[in-house]
Design a protein around this ligand. Structure first.
Ligand code: AMP
Length: 533
């Protein structure tokens, strides 16, 4: 990274007021003073006011200091959506300890990668979830990684009584706005997620403008339906953006369609974010359930390609506006606005949410293309990071010298509306229920199978999943079924969302003109558009 140039930009963002001299801890204090007893968060067990959230996180922070955690050290959190998660994060924000977010669906392979890079001193983990003994996994990780001094079961932390603890400001070094607030995971163009360090200033900036872009304010009730450990659900505006906008935030634990519909009715939710596949599931279920969704004003749809028909269906069936949102953990977010005309809301992904962010569409030589032409989207600005954490090799691939992030996504500026339209991926990636999977990663594992010498993994469009993972094997291996492939991959200890959904057997591999395997053709076969050959 060009440190000098980066500094220059940071300074400019501060001068223009795009980056505030503030931190997540001090923002929460301001909110506690402003909103006091008002409900901040609701989960399936309890609700908590702004004041209480501030107090509880202060107390937990005091305990963490006592346990020996200090500014700059890292703690991995592998947890589900609940108030306890928010308390832990704010406790860490306040004393400058950095939460590293892992998902409950991550397997040992991803977790090891995260731990190797982050070198955490602590590991807070949900004991068991969906039948997986996460605590046992954390114990193995601790054995293999001496940096982890403490494994703390999340449930135990939530039940501890911290009421005697008091956060004494004299006793610790406070973080400042440019310090790293959190380490989040990239959507992944590699198997092991890359880590992204988000400073307080840029993360707060993004949350604020995401909240503004979807019209969120003190009267909003925001539903976090998907895992809060994913960046969008935490900051786009997500949990943090809704909190700082003064909204009431409801946390879904499992994120199933019926839980989402029930939560909307029960808490009179006004705003929520969904990936297209989950939106489709909610629309289908609502046809049967007929919940009262009259409070709903806005659904953010993003994370994966959303066909305009689905956006239209959401407006028609759920009776609300939609906000098409395109973004990534590296920071850039573009979205439609509530006041946009119908065609823009349905057919585009809008304009950058931050007034400081810029994007350009470039060709293969990284030259800007004229409006209307498709190319790769590059983005830079006060919400976009300049590098990956402790990963100079991948940083130099993904970021330009002058601070643009190469998204790997294909887009164009619609010449009629001037808005961004996402057209898919430039580089290969499967987007299954919003989770990103690299075919090359699965292929690498599968080639370890004693019988597999050739394999291709391709996406196939899927009504329910968005895209399903299809494995293409030579016909001679038709004795290896999907169950066996899944079992084999399970032994590789990878995330559950990377498990294949389909296998097809190929008699003769299709080739392109330049003699590469024609993955497009394989995909058409997987989708049943052309006959297997
Ligand atoms: P993540 O970092 O996990 O949020 O993943 C970011 C990636 O998700 C982007 O680079 C896109 O490939 C994809 N993505 C996000 N939003 C959209 C959208 N509205 N339409 C299509 N793809 C999207």
């Amino acid at each position: 990274m060009n440190q000098e140039l980066y500094e220059k930009f940071c300074h400019e963002y501060e001068k223009k007021g795009l980056w505030e001299h503030s931190t997540h801890g001090s923002k929460l204090k301001n909110c506690a003073e402003k909103y006091g007893e008002r409900i901040a968060l609701i989960d399936e067990q309890e609700e908590i006011s702004y004041q209480e959230l501030d107090l509880r996180s202060d107390q937990m922070a005091a305990w963490m200091l006592h346990e020996g955690f200090v500014k700059g050290e890292r703690i991995v959190i592998q947890h589900v959506n609940c108030i306890g998660f928010a308390v832990m994060c704010f406790a860490m924000f306040k004393i400058g300890v950095i939460p590293v977010l892992a998902m409950p669906s991550h397997g040992m392979r991803e977790l090891s990668g995260i731990v190797k890079t982050a070198q955490p001193k602590g590991f807070i983990v949900i004991e068991t979830y969906h039948g997986v003994d996460h605590l046992a996994e954390a114990a193995v990780l601790q054995k293999e990684n001496p940096c982890i001094e403490k494994v703390i079961p999340a449930e135990r932390l939530e039940q501890m009584d911290f009421s005697q603890w008091e956060l004494d400001e004299e006793l610790y070094e406070k973080p400042c706005s440019r310090d790293t607030a959190i380490l989040v995971l990239s959507g992944g163009s590699t198997g092991i997620p890359k880590l992204i360090a988000r400073p307080h200033a840029d993360y707060l900036h993004l949350q604020k403008y995401c909240a503004l872009s979807c019209g969120m304010d003190e009267n909003s009730v925001s539903l976090i339906a998907m895992p809060v450990t994913h960046c969008w659900n935490l900051c786009g505006p997500g949990l943090l953006g809704s909190l700082f906008a003064g909204a009431k935030t409801v946390l879904c634990r499992n994120g199933s369609a019926d839980e989402i519909l029930n939560c909307i009715e029960m808490h009179e939710v006004t705003t929520m974010a969904l990936v297209p596949s989950l939106l489709r599931a909610c629309i289908s279920l609502q046809d049967l359930m007929e919940n009262d969704l009259s409070s709903l004003q806005m659904i953010q749809i993003g994370g994966a390609m959303c066909p305009p028909q689905l956006a239209e269906l959401a407006v028609e069936k759920l009776g609300c506006k939609v906000q098409q949102i395109y973004g990534m953990s590296e920071g850039f977010v573009s979205a439609t606005r509530p006041e946009d005309p119908y065609e823009i809301m349905i057919g585009t992904q809008g304009i950058p949410v931050s007034p400081g962010d810029i994007m350009k569409i470039v060709d293969e030589e990284e030259q800007e293309v004229p409006a209307g032409e498709a190319g790769e989207i590059l983005a830079r600005g006060p919400s976009v990071v300049w590098e990956y954490y402790e990963n100079p090799v991948m940083s130099s691939v993904a970021f330009t010298e002058d601070g643009f992030y190469r998204t790997g996504d294909k887009g164009r500026i619609d010449p009629d509306t001037g808005r961004l339209q996402i057209l898919g991926r430039i580089r290969e990636q499967i987007n299954r229920l919003g989770e990103k999977i690299m075919p090359s990663e699965l292929e690498e594992y599968l080639l370890d199978h004693p019988q597999i010498q050739q394999v291709c993994v391709v996406p196939a469009d899927d009504e329910k999943l968005g895209q399903r993972i299809c494995i293409c094997l030579p016909e001679a291996l038709s004795g290896i079924g999907l169950t066996q492939l899944r079992q084999f991959l399970k032994e590789k200890e990878i995330a559950s969302f990377k498990m294949p959904d389909q296998v097809i057997y190929i008699r003769e591999w299709p080739y392109t003109a330049v003699n590469k395997i024609d993955r497009g053709r394989l995909r058409e076969m997987a989708e049943g558009k052309v006959a297997l050959c």
